[in-house]
Design a protein around this ligand. Structure first.
Ligand SMILES: O=P(O)(O)OC[C@H]1O[C@H](OP(=O)(O)OP(=O)(O)O)[C@H](O)[C@@H]1O
Ligand SMILES: NC(=O)CC[C@H](N)C(=O)O
Ligand SMILES: [Mg+2]
Length: 506
């Protein structure tokens, strides 16, 4: 999952984009980038690392201009090379830069078409560079010296016809304006907002509304599935539906884990959805174990906190913060390799013995994917003297790969693969394990909200892929390219790709 942001302002936007990226850091910790547009020229700085590491004062001073876009990356395709950090640039037509959250499911096929039919060269293995070139080609096909909103909407319509998968995109045309669009199923989130100034309105696009809040932009609305918006450099806004068949089927994992709790996505308050997940899970526990002997409910920080709190309330059991989190360690799930993920759990969380000693504890997490976290946490709870260790997951068992922007490529890596709930409990060392039911998870997201969402992409739980183009051959290829071992082998090649047009270190 990556974070995207774009601003067309009335003064330099570098600091605002930087600030927005720090607010979206939880969506990608591998690389970050900003491009601004100034007098028909782009200024770019991107590299591997956290936002605070990538941008030094000297870079910020050079990122001038009243419009710009930014990206934080969590790779799902290609390599982790700094050359695959985003935004990407292409010089023809007009000069375009683009940042993408999501994953294209026909990227390999498109890369071939781009070379053979569109006569364009792709220099990395990133699906986002493919997406940029498709968009650029469709814009160039209209053969006009100056871009117009109509041409841009036509190009986005052609992108929707050629591209499959999940994509929320923000792009910028040199000296012209900002463009944003969302895939026809609305799998990945994108929202836009407005801030009025004495010089006129400023517009901002972001993956999550929390970035708008932080910068004082008022949330206008989510970009609709298939819709594109154009904001010209002088602040005119144009919007149009560009897909023939659009439907709103957003990724439910945003609500489970990815998004920040204080974001509103497709009119669903993520925080409230998580509270309801806790409520529903408590009801299931009361159904299955009416005479439970749980003494205390303990969340596994950070994401599970809201669900665990409401779960404890509903059970009528004490809620205690039994694990303290080191605030300087990032999210472990989105780290690139299993070794790093494993090591980070212990660096990140420490058990407070007094909350465990002699007690029957119910540990609550938002989800169990590879089992890296829960395995170690249960061990820590036992070492801290817990009597019984029960475990509850606010999401159902993850059994299927994600192909729309979450790096979960091989089902064999999931702890629930080929295991029943009892077998997972045994594998992670829990005395009892309960998963949320999928229907309850969906209801938790929708109930009580004003959202138009009626269906979600729940593919990691039910194996149903909304784009309809995923078969066994695709999974085989994905596993071959992106399992832990092959990522490790490829790392040696990571720094060979040319790092085009990048603001240098010195
Ligand atoms: O079963 P696993 O493969 O371990 O994946 C699931 C865990 O990873 C995530 O935590 P993470 O540390 O990434 O982020 P958080 O601090 O936001 O909870 C998630 O919240 C679960 O705790
Ligand atoms: N997680 C994402 O959204 C990743 C975007 C893109 N597929 C990349 O790997 O850079
Ligand atoms: Mg977690």
């Amino acid at each position: 999952m990556c974070g995207i942001v774009g601003i067309v302002g009335k003064s330099h936007v570098n600091q605002a984009i930087y600030d927005a990226l720090t607010v979206l850091q939880h969506r990608g910790q591998d690389a970050a980038g900003i491009v601004t547009s100034y007098q028909n020229k782009f200024c770019l700085r991107k590299d591997n690392g956290l936002v605070s590491d990538v941008f030094r004062t000297r870079h910020m001073q050079r990122l001038i201009g009243n419009m710009g876009i930014g990206h934080v990356r969590y790779p799902t395709a290609g390599s982790s090379s700094s050359a695959e950090a985003q935004p990407f640039y292409v010089n023809s037509p007009y000069g375009i830069v683009l940042a993408h959250n999501g994953n294209l499911t026909n990227a390999e096929e498109l890369a071939g078409d781009i070379y053979r039919e569109d006569l364009r060269h792709i220099n990395t293995t990133s699906d986002s560079e493919v997406l940029l070139n498709i968009f650029a080609h469709e814009l160039a096909e209209q053969k006009q010296l100056q871009p117009t909103p109509e041409m841009i909407f036509n190009a986005v319509a052609e992108v929707h016809k050629r591209v499959r998968g999940g994509y929320a995109v923000v792009a910028m045309i040199s000296g012209y304006g900002m463009i944003a669009f969302r895939d026809p199923n609305g799998i990945r989130p994108a929202v836009f907002g407005r801030r009025d100034t004495a010089k006129g309105p400023e517009y901002m696009v972001a993956s999550e509304s929390v970035a708008l809040d932080a910068l004082g932009f008022k949330r206008e609305r989510d970009i609709a599935p298939g819709e594109a918006i154009v904001v010209t450099e002088n602040g005119e806004l144009f919007t149009q539906q560009c897909a023939e068949n659009s439907q709103l089927v957003p990724c439910i994992f945003e609500h489970v884990y990815f998004a920040r709790a204080d974001s509103i996505i497709d009119s669903i308050a993520v925080y409230k959805a998580r509270l309801r997940m806790g409520e529903k899970l408590a009801e299931k526990i009361l159904r299955e174990r009416p005479n439970h002997d749980i003494d205390v409910v303990i969340p596994i920080p950070d994401t599970s906190r809201s669900s665990a709190l409401e779960l404890a309330n509903r059970l009528g059991v004490k809620y205690r913060e039994g694990f303290m989190k080191n605030r300087y360690i990032g999210r472990t799930f989105i780290m690139p390799g299993q070794q790093q993920r494993k090591k980070s759990v212990k660096q990140k969380l420490n058990a407070l013995d007094l909350e465990f000693r002699g007690k029957n504890v119910l540990l609550v997490d938002d989800s169990i994917v590879r089992g890296t976290t829960c395995e170690q946490i249960i061990e820590m709870a036992r070492e801290a003297g817990a009597n019984k260790v029960y475990f509850a997951s606010a999401a159902p068992a993850v059994r299927y790969p994600n192909v729309y922007g979450i790096d979960m490529p091989a089902k064999e890596e999931f702890i629930a693969h080929n295991r029943t709930t009892e077998e997972v409990a045994e594998a992670i060392g829990a005395d009892w394990l309960v998963y949320q039911d999928l229907e309850d998870l969906k209801a938790a997201c929708i109930e009580g909200s004003k959202s138009k969402v009626r269906e979600f992409d729940c593919s990691v739980f039910d194996g149903k892929y909304v784009t309809g183009d995923i078969d066994d051959a695709y999974f085989d290829r994905l596993r071959e390219l992106r399992n832990d071992a092959s990522k490790g082998q490829r790392a040696a090649m990571d720094n060979v790709a040319i790092d085009l047009h990048n603001e240098t270190e010195s």
